[in-house]
Design a protein around this ligand. Structure first.
Ligand code: CIZ
Ligand code: SF4
Length: 347
C-alpha cells in the first residue's frame, strides 16, 4: 500500500482522536515499517492494547496474545515482530522456535508475569504433591515450563473444569483465580509467603479446591465498583464490560466480563447507547476508531506502562537493527510448549 493510501485509511479511522499532522507523521513511519517488513520477510503482530495509529497501520494480525502467536506460527515468515509485551513474544517463540522473534522494546514487562518465579512453583508442587498446576498465559516461559497446563482469560474456567481433579493450583493472578473460583464453584485459598514458606512439608488438610497466588495486574487492580456506579449514575443505560484481571467485586458489578477479544466481539455484536470498558484504555480507542457510531466512555487514568513502551518508532528500529531478539533456552521452550499445546487441546 502506498503511503498516501495508508494515510487516507488512518485518517478515516483516527481523525476524531488525533490531529491531522500527527496522522501524517504516523503514516510515514508505518509506511517505512511495512516496506522493511516485506524486504525482511517479517510478520507483525499487534496486541489489542496497542495505540490506534500502530494498531491500524502495521500489524498483519491483531488480537490477543495466544491468537497472535498461533497465527504467526502458521506463516512462512522468517521474523515475527511482536507489538505487545515480553511474555507474549515468548509465547510466539515457544510456538515458532525456528523463527526469529523480535520485541521492539528491551523490557516491556508485566506485573503479573513478574509476580512468580519457577522456584515458587517448585515449592508449591512440594507442598501440594500431585495437584495439577495451571498457569495464566501472562507468565514467562520458565514459569510455563513448570506447570501442567496454561490458560487464557477466555478458557481459564474450562481448563480448570477439564482437569477432573478436586484441587487445582491456579497461578499467578489473584483476581482471575477468584473470578474462576466463582465461575467453577470452587473454594479458594492463597498460600502466603509467611516465614515458613520455604518449608515444603506436604500440606495435610486439603479441603480447598483452588490454590491461588498473589499476583495482580497493576492496571486492572485499580478499577473500582465506584467507577462503575459513577458511570451508571450519569449514564443509566451504559453497558459495563470488564476484564477478569479486575477484582471479583468489579466483574460482579459489570454486565459482561471476558478476554480482550471477547469484549471487542461483545461491543461489535450489541447495540447499546454507551459502553464502559474496564481494561487498558487503548482498546476503547481502537474500538471507537473502527466503529465511530459506538459511544465509548473514557476512563483512561490507568494505563499499562509496559504496553506503552511499544511505539512505531521503536518498531522501525527493531526491524532495522534486528532487536530485541527473544531467546528461550530449548529445554525450557519444549516444556513450556507442552503446557501451551495441552491448553489448546483441552479448550
Ligand atoms: O493474553 C492476552 O492477550 C491478554 C493478557 C489479554 C486478553 O485477555 O486478551
Ligand atoms: Fe501485564 Fe496488566 Fe500490562 Fe497486561 S495490562 S501487560 S496484565 S501489567
Amino acid at each position: 500500500m502506498t503511503e498516501d493510501k495508508l494515510y487516507e485509511e488512518l485518517y478515516q479511522k483516527l481523525n476524531k482522536i488525533m490531529p491531522e499532522a500527527e496522522i501524517r507523521v504516523k503514516a510515514e513511519l508505518a509506511s517505512q515499517i511495512n516496506k522493511l517488513k516485506k524486504e525482511k520477510n517479517a510478520v507483525i503482530l499487534g496486541h489489542n492494547y496497542m495505540e490506534p495509529a500502530l494498531y491500524y497501520s502495521i500489524p498483519d494480525f491483531r488480537g490477543d496474545s495466544l491468537e497472535l502467536a498461533r497465527k504467526a506460527a502458521e506463516t512462512d515468515k522468517d521474523i515475527i515482530v511482536f507489538c505487545g509485551v515480553r511474555f507474549m513474544a515468548e509465547t510466539a517463540k515457544i510456538l515458532s522456535p525456528e523463527k526469529t522473534v523480535l520485541l521492539p522494546a528491551e523490557k516491556a514487562g508485566c506485573s503479573l508475569a513478574e509476580s512468580i518465579t519457577p522456584e515458587d512453583i517448585r515449592i508449591l508442587k512440594k507442598k501440594f504433591p500431585g495437584v495439577p498446576v495451571v498457569t495464566y498465559i501472562n507468565t514467562y516461559a520458565e514459569v510455563k515450563a513448570e506447570c501442567d497446563v496454561c490458560c487464557t482469560s477466555s478458557n481459564a474456567a474450562a481448563i480448570v473444569n477439564s482437569l477432573k481433579s478436586d484441587t487445582v493450583i491456579f497461578l499467578p493472578d489473584e483476581y482471575l483465580a477468584k473470578n474462576v473460583a466463582r465461575e467453577t464453584g470452587k473454594h479458594i485459598i492463597f498460600p502466603s509467603k509467611t516465614p515458613n514458606w520455604q518449608n515444603t512439608e506436604p500440606a495435610t488438610d486439603i479441603d480447598y479446591r483452588l490454590i491461588g497466588w498473589h499476583g495482580k495486574c497493576e492496571v486492572h487492580e485499580l478499577f473500582t465498583v465506584d467507577d462503575i456506579e459513577n458511570a451508571r449514575r450519569q449514564f443509566p443505560d451504559v453497558v459495563v464490560l470488564s476484564h477478569p484481571e479486575c477484582s471479583p467485586e468489579v466483574t460482579a458489578a459489570s454486565d459482561f466480563s471476558g478476554s480482550t477479544s471477547a469484549m471487542i466481539r461483545y461491543v461489535e455484536e450489541h447495540d447499546a447507547p454507551h459502553y464502559l470498558i474496564l481494561t487498558e484504555c487503548s482498546m476503547g480507542d481502537n474500538i471507537m476508531a473502527a466503529h465511530p457510531e459506538k459511544e465509548m466512555l473514557r476512563l483512561c487514568s490507568h494505563r499499562c506502562p509496559h504496553m506503552a513502551e511499544i511505539t512505531l518508532e521503536d518498531t522501525l528500529k527493531s526491524l532495522q537493527l534486528n532487536r530485541y531478539v527473544i531467546e528461550v533456552p530449548e529445554d525450557i521452550r519444549r516444556r513450556a510448549e507442552r503446557a501451551v499445546r495441552r491448553m489448546i487441546e483441552l479448550s
